[in-house]
Structures are given as C-alpha cells and as structure tokens.
Design a binder for this molecule. Structure first.
Ligand code: SF4
Length: 218
C-alpha cells in the first residue's frame, strides 16, 4: 500500500473536523495537554484537564496555582512529578517573556517554528511537531505510538527507524508533501480506532484490499 493510496482513502473514514482529541481552551492549555499526554492516553488526560484548565488557563494562573496545586490535579497521570516541573517551567518562561494573561492565550509569533518551541521547558520534538501541526497547520509529523507502529507496519520506514525522529525523517521523504499536514491526524485516529496495535479492525478498514500488513485480520 502506497502512502498515496492510504491518504486518498483513510481521511474519509476519520473525523477531519477535529484537529486533536485532546481537550484544551487556548494555545497554552493545548501545549500543557500535549505535555501531559506523553505516555498517557488522551482519554485519561481529558478526564483531568477540564478542572485544571478552569483553575489555570494561562501561564500566570498556572504559576499562581503552584507546583503542588498542579500536582493535585494531575496525580493520576504517569510521570506527573516530571510533567509538573515541565509545565511550571513552561509557564514561568512564557510569563517572563510576555506576561500575557488572556484566557484566549496565543503563543508569541517567535515561537511559530520548531526550533524556538523546543527551547521551551517540556517541549521536545514530538510535542513541538504536534503543536505546530494542530495549532498552526504546519506540515510537521508528530510521531506518537500509533504513527510509529503503523509506519513500520505498512513498510513505509526501514528497520533502522528506531526512534520517533528517524521515523519522522523517513516519513517526510516517503509521503508526498501535499499530505504532510494531515499525516499525524489521520494516522493517529486510524491507528487508535481501526489499525490498532493488537487485533486491528481490518474488516472496517478502507484500505483493507490494498494492505499487505503481516498481522492483517481479513
Ligand atoms: S487492513 Fe488492517 S492492518 Fe491493514 S491498514 Fe487496515 S486495519 Fe491496518
């Protein structure tokens, strides 16, 4: 199955209106949600973020909530201690730099590129890619567990692509440019609900007749 075949058919089977299933209220809370979602499901993160973002929707209010207050909201999320430190660091940096306390918080324009975003506490390559892609429609590929697994399953990346960075690099070469903006969204939703890690639901898959995956179930 070529990337062209996949990206012509699969988007019709997933909801393309939502850009992310993570709950957020503005660009700052989206970044916080992405940080919380590392090694945790969106569903779990979405259970605790409505209360957290009601209490701390901006960097200033996150600082006012304080690290202990933040931890009391995110205690059920994996690695919550480290994530709390990252989020407090992120809030402090953004607060220092522009002091924006608007509930419709937007990142300063200088952060609209991956290298600048990655200078922020808690923002690694995957987080930066997801922020760029979801918030600003940039053609970055956030390689999460679904994208990583299925890029290998479809044979779109080589066996040497053993890190998210290498998978992203090879996918950007393999997949035609016109699809780059939707790669993350389509592969995450298709991977989460249909082309799952265990027992993929091939009977419901729009590319089942083209797919040569070894663990195909039809
Ligand atoms: S046919 Fe099955 S293994 Fe292949 S892409 Fe669809 S869900 Fe995944």
């Amino acid at each position: 199955m070529t990337p062209e075949q996949y990206f012509e058919r699969v988007p019709k089977s997933v909801d393309m209106n939502i850009r992310s299933e993570l709950y957020s209220t503005n660009e700052f809370t989206f970044a916080v949600a992405v940080i919380l979602s590392a090694q945790a499901t969106d569903k779990k993160v979405n259970e605790i973020t409505p209360a957290l973002f009601a209490a701390a929707p901006t960097p200033a209010r996150m600082l006012a909530l304080g690290e202990d207050g933040l931890k009391s909201h995110i205690r059920v999320i994996s690695f919550f201690n480290n994530k709390a430190k990252s989020i407090m660091g992120l809030a402090a940096r953004l607060m220092d730099e522009d002091g924006n306390n608007d509930e419709n918080y937007k990142f300063p324009a200088r952060y609209h590129n991956r290298d600048s975003l990655m200078t922020l506490p808690g923002v690694g390559q995957k987080t930066a890619n997801v922020i760029m892609n979801v918030l600003w429609g940039a053609p970055n590929i956030g390689v999460d567990t679904h994208v990583f697994r299925n890029a290998h399953r479809y044979g779109w990346v080589g066996g040497d692509a053993n890190t998210p960075e290498k998978v992203e690099e090879q996918l950007l070469k393999k997949i035609p440019k016109k699809y780059h903006g939707i790669v993350n969204h389509v592969m995450v939703l298709h991977g989460r609900y249909i082309c799952k890690a265990l027992r993929p639901k091939c009977a419901d898959c729009p590319v089942a007749n083209l797919c040569a995956a070894r663990d195909k179930t039809v």
